[in-house]
Design a protein around this ligand. Structure first.
Ligand code: GTP
Ligand code: SPV
Ligand code: MN
Length: 623
């Protein structure tokens, strides 16, 4: 039945009686799949068609394997919990590599390895790595199927958890094979949990391998990931493709692939504008993108919560953005009906939860979900706890994975093949000190500088210590697929792609996380609309120096009166604190930025950003 050049003769086709040839006439794709089968030696091969039946079959399989638990269908229909291995809970930045031809092309912010050595090493790791397992082939499209801005990938994986997650996070299956045709381009993505099974061996509920690594070849546009099953390491369409590989493609083709949410904001007069915002991992993108605004008359609609692909539209010369994803892979802890009601509504059904706690009723729980803790629960580490001693019930990077279409405030244009026009770009970070609630850049170059000097306190989204300040320019430090000096130049030069710089979005910076006595001063969440309102109105003003702003060394900061705080319980003193620019603190900042800039080669690093830093240093210098 199977005419594949495999060493083993019992490759079965469980998905369909048809063989590879009947699935596609794409010879390059078929050759690639055949080579992978020969290397990985899976017991079965399954080409994913993307149907609901296939999804349900794979869910049933995971339940049977003991790796997935079905939640109470009356409380949370078609929803499941998966608990990972203790060592496999977040992105692994020190095991993520950019294998460009030279180390200089990867740049000082990436881990580089020689592409040839790495290919050889990965070939050895992957040899026979799928023995005893099914190899799934997932054709997927990043972006709406009918968009010129979309790109196709094909992921091979031996994890049914990955397949069901990819079904939620991307457009996948037969429709993508059709779009690919006989010679369409695709990014080949390979993933194995690296845990082959011998006959009779009982599988682990979360198979993985200690030799975890996530490897990117930007020139060849391919991705290899081994050993980890966690989201960012295993759902290769997301950070690996849509950011690391796509950023390299975008640089070549003159567009932008960014770690940004996309949100539609409508004012009480009915005027609507879209904004894109880059905050580092676990710093508030999902929350801002679907926020329930706390001032009357304003409306928020969500286009995307994590990644934006943006290019200049030839028709009107403005910057347009699409969300390449089809689902949300969001941080669960802290998500509640108080902080993010739209996320809570959007995960009521058809959701896969990872590393959350389970209540006796068969529902989920995590820290911050409700004021009252449940009487009893089973933690993500599978231990029983009772009310008094409930602690670390969910992992701080526990996630929900839900279709975007279920979000009650999903934007009517979220799948528009042309994307949505962007009026403002907002940078932000987690800064307990120094950085004001909001400020505006003077122009595109200054805005690029503001993106380039972002620093943020580390979170649970990546393995390692939390709460340490580190550079995260454009929230892209872990995701830029090439030298960040070139990335900055790309941003600077991008202005010349617009027919007129005036058509480009205005650039802002926000910080929801400023602290006093170890407590957040700004209420955040739905109250962030007050800052969005100021930003919204600022985008109508052609010259940022006009209007009620204070010109400061870092840019234009709102006067305290120009932020609408009506009905908000916040003191004038706190507002002053949130908006202050303390030159002494900024002198320390300047030192941090200098140190960061010094990591790059002088020839590569854009002079315009050195100039901006010199300017800032001069303005904040001690009198
Ligand atoms: P990734 O998916 O990792 O890229 O993260 P994200 O940027 O989408 O972060 P998300 O919105 O999931 O927020 C992460 C954490 O920050 C959650 O625990 C939120 O509850 C918390 N958070 C979000 N917005 C705010 C805010 O305005 N104020 C405060 N204090 N916390 C917030
Ligand atoms: C992030 O870490 O920025 C995420 C989650 O959005 S992951 O998919 O793991 O990258
Ligand atoms: Mn992210």
């Amino acid at each position: 039945q199977v005419k594949l050049p495999c060493r083993r003769n019992y490759v079965q086709w469980t998905n369909s009686s048809r063989v590879l040839d009947r699935w596609t006439d794409h010879e390059v794709l078929k050759d690639w799949i055949r080579e992978r089968i020969a290397l990985f030696q899976p017991d079965r091969v399954h080409i994913c068609d993307g149907t609901e039946k296939e999804f349900q079959d794979l869910i049933t399989l995971q339940i049977h394997l003991g790796s997935m638990i079905q939640l109470n269908p009356e409380l949370r229909p078609n929803s499941y919990v998966v608990r990972s291995d203790k060592e496999d809970v977040a992105r692994l930045e020190h095991k993520t590599f950019i294998c460009s031809d030279s180390a200089a092309e990867a740049g000082p912010t990436n881990n580089w390895q020689d592409p040839l050595d790495t290919t050889n090493r990965m070939n050895t790791l992957f040899e026979n790595s799928m023995r005893g397992r099914t190899m799934y082939v997932i054709p997927f499209c990043m972006g709406p199927l009918d968009s010129d801005m979309s790109y196709i990938g094909v992921q091979i994986t031996d994890s049914p958890y990955v397949v069901t997650s990819m079904k939620i996070m991307t457009r996948m299956g037969l429709a993508v094979l059709q779009k690919l045709g006989t010679d369409g381009d695709f990014v080949p993505c390979i993933h194995s949990v690296g845990h082959p099974l011998v006959r009779g061996q009982v599988d682990s509920p979360w198979p993985s391998n200690p030799q975890k690594q996530v490897v990117h070849f930007p020139e060849q546009r391919r991705i290899w990931s081994f050993g980890s099953g966690y989201g960012g390491n295993a759902l290769l369409g997301k950070k690996c493709f849509a950011l690391r590989i796509a950023s390299a493609i975008a640089r070549e083709e003159g567009w932008l692939a960014e770690h940004m949410l996309i949100v539609g904001v409508t004012n009480p007069k009915g005027v609507k504008k879209y904004f894109a915002a880059a905050f580092p991992s676990a710093c508030g993108k999902t929350n801002l993108s679907m926020m329930a605004p706390e001032i009357d008359g304003w409306k928020i609609e969500c286009v995307g919560d994590d990644i934006a692909w943006m290019r200049i539209n030839k028709k009107d010369g403005r910057l347009y953005a699409i969300n390449p994803e089809a689902g949300f892979f969001g941080v669960a802890p802290g998500t509640s009906y108080k902080t993010n009601p739209n996320a809570m509504e959007g995960i009521k059904k058809n959701t896969i939860f990872t590393n959350v706690a389970i209540t006796p009723e068969g529902d989920v729980w995590w820290e911050g979900m409700s004021k009252e803790k449940p009487d009893r629960l089973v933690t993500w580490l599978r231990t029983q706890m009772t009310k008094g001693d409930i602690e670390d019930a969910a992992h701080p990077n526990a996630r929900f994975c839900a279709p975007a279409s279920q979000c009650p405030v999903i934007d009517p244009n979220w799948e528009n093949p042309e994307g949505v026009p962007i009026s403002g770009i907002i940078f932000g970070g987690r800064r307990s000190q120094t950085v004001p609630l909001v400020y505006q850049a003077r122009d595109w170059q200054h805005g690029t500088f503001i993106g380039s000097i972002m620093n943020s306190e580390t979170t649970a989204a990546a393995a390692g210590i939390r709460g340490v300040l580190r550079p995260d320019p454009f929230a892209m430090y872990p995701f830029c697929g090439y030298n960040m000096a070139d990335y900055f130049s790309h941003w600077l030069n991008f202005a010349s792609l617009a027919p007129d710089e005036k058509l480009l979005p205005k650039i802002f910076h926000v910080n929801w996380f400023k602290k006093k006595s170890n407590k957040f001063v700004w209420p955040g969440f739905g109250q962030n609309i007050r800052v969005l309102k100021w930003i919204f109105e600022r985008t109508d003003i052609e010259n940022p120096a006009d209007g009620s702003v204070v010109k400061t060394p870092i840019g234009y900061v709102p006067t305290p009166e120009s932020i609408d705080t009506s009905g908000l319980d916040i003191t004038t003193e706190d507002m002053k604190y949130l908006l202050q620019v303390d030159t002494r603190e900024w002198r320390t900042e300047v030192d941090i930025y200098r140190e960061f800039q010094s990591k790059f080669s002088k020839e590569k690093f854009p002079k315009r950003l050195v100039h901006e830093l010199d300017l800032l240093a001069k303005e904040v210098a001690a009198p």
